[in-house]
Design a binder for this molecule. Structure first.
Ligand SMILES: [Zn+2]
Ligand SMILES: [Zn+2]
Length: 156
């Protein structure tokens, strides 16, 4: 019905999360779209897994070496990365899959200087309780949180 409803919702979400005014929230969201941190976060998450353990991991070798599989004795390869926390923006979850069988596991890693979003403390409700609220950089897929300024073409 209204074409820019999505964007306004995103701004209102941020206002609710941060207590910012509409204009400030909109400005921050716009700024987040083209920061180096956003680009780094997207690159940290988006890469194609390697076919074998003989080549450096395409994630930039920011992961642990894959373990040897206890079932088939092939190596596990790093295949996926996604934010591993809802409040700690430097925590990522790395998924490893066995090259020889369906075995897989997930490791939590801290990547200093490669946050998947920004976190801030907000005061919540009548109890005036301080809570940490994280905003996901646009372009980063978070399993539990929505990206702050996902473009209309992108699936939320
Ligand atoms: Zn890796
Ligand atoms: Zn295996």
């Amino acid at each position: 019905m209204t074409t820019n409803r999505g964007r306004k919702d995103v701004i209102r979400d941020r206002m609710a999360a941060t207590g910012e005014s509409y204009n400030v929230a909109a400005r921050h969201l716009k700024a987040m779209k083209d920061t180096a941190a956003t680009r780094t976060a997207v690159l940290t998450q988006r890469w194609a897994p390697a076919d074998s353990a003989d080549v450096p991991c395409p994630c930039g070798s920011t992961c642990e070496p894959g373990e040897t599989c206890g079932r088939c004795h092939a190596r596990h390869l790093h295949v996926k990365r996604y934010p591993g926390s809802v409040t700690d923006v430097e925590v990522w979850a790395d998924r490893y899959a066995c090259a020889g069988c369906p075995s897989s596991y997930t490791l939590t890693v801290r990547l200093a200087g490669r946050p998947w979003g920004v976190a801030g403390t907000v005061v919540q409700g009548g109890s005036a309780e301080e809570v940490v609220r994280a905003t996901v950089f646009p372009g980063v897929a978070h399993p539990l949180l929505r990206a702050a300024a996902a473009t209309e073409s992108e699936d939320a």
